[in-house]
Design a protein around this ligand. Structure first.
Ligand SMILES: [Zn+2]
Length: 276
């Protein structure tokens, strides 16, 4: 999460996503047109490096909204495209899944850093790491808009889709108000069983890790200049997981597969817990 400062990812373009934010939004709007469960909302406009962008939030819920509230965010760092693609495919796959939507209501932030996405950089076009700007006095425009968009929202589960260009395998961060919510080790086992590499270092990004899972206590973090995951935890999310797929060690399609596999396992577990 920290280590890919200014790095350029080695991946190429993803199916239908030629690093054009406009095309990404058009693709998502098509899903909205095809499903009564999807609503795309403009959150706000901002201007950066002579370009005008609009940030969106996508609400995905059934006629009778599912009681378990899930937030999925992608593209905070522009050079981590697997998360953006995974979020888009998740929406496409789930838009008409009525059975899923009897349990879950989703809020999806498909691309938090549009200028970084188009430039293929971790930072936005002004060189700001947006994921260190939450809960600051004067955050970047993107962060101010994103903070507004979740004000007063209570999520049961938050999934932040990231990549780490320096990691040789998957790892994840997991914060939970109660240990029964944890699903990280199960995801790691499943991804490993599917033949993908796991980062087994005992220390990742300066934090203690166990078999690919970093599970720090929230009280040990600083209170300002937060990453979005911690901001969401402080807003009251009960379970926050940040996925970090290996941005250079695998082709992008494999990284998207891992992100979707992790989401599916996490939701399956959440569904089981709810139905029990
Ligand atoms: Zn990241």
């Amino acid at each position: 999460m920290n280590s890919d400062l200014g790095a350029v990812s080695a991946c190429g373009n993803i199916r239908g996503m030629d690093r054009s934010y406009t095309e990404l939004i058009a693709r998502l709007k098509q899903v909205e047109t095809s499903s009564r469960n999807v609503r795309m909302r403009e959150l706000g406009d901002f201007r950066i490096a002579e370009r005008e962008y609009t940030l969106y939030r996508i609400d995905l819920k059934g006629g009778e909204p599912g009681p378990v509230r899930v937030c999925i965010s992608a593209g905070m760092h522009g050079d981590e495209p697997a998360g953006i693609e995974a979020a888009a495919r998740f929406l496409e796959k789930s838009a008409n899944n009525e059975s899923l939507l009897t349990i879950f209501s989703f809020v999806i932030f498909p691309c938090d850093n549009p200028s970084g996405y188009e430039l293929d950089t971790r930072y936005n076009a002004l060189g700001v790491d947006l994921n260190r700007e939450f809960n600051t006095r004067r955050p970047a425009d993107e962060v101010a808009i994103l903070q507004n968009a979740v004000e007063g929202e209570q999520f049961d589960h938050v999934y932040e889709l990231h990549e780490d260009v320096d990691s040789y395998g998957l790892y994840l961060y997991e914060l939970a108000v109660d240990s029964s919510l944890r699903v990280g080790p199960e995801i790691i086992r499943a991804v490993s069983a599917a033949g993908y590499p796991i980062n087994l270092d005992e220390c990742i990004e300066g934090r203690e890790a166990r078999c690919g899972v970093i599970a720090p206590g929230i009280s040990r973090f600083r209170k300002t200049r937060l990453p979005k995951a911690l901001y969401m935890a402080r807003l009251g999310a009960r379970h926050v997981m940040t996925l970090e797929t290996p941005g250079r060690a695998l082709p992008v399609e494999d990284r998207v597969t891992i992100q979707l596999m992790a989401l599916a396992i996490a939701l399956e577990r959440a569904r089981g817990r709810y139905e029990a």
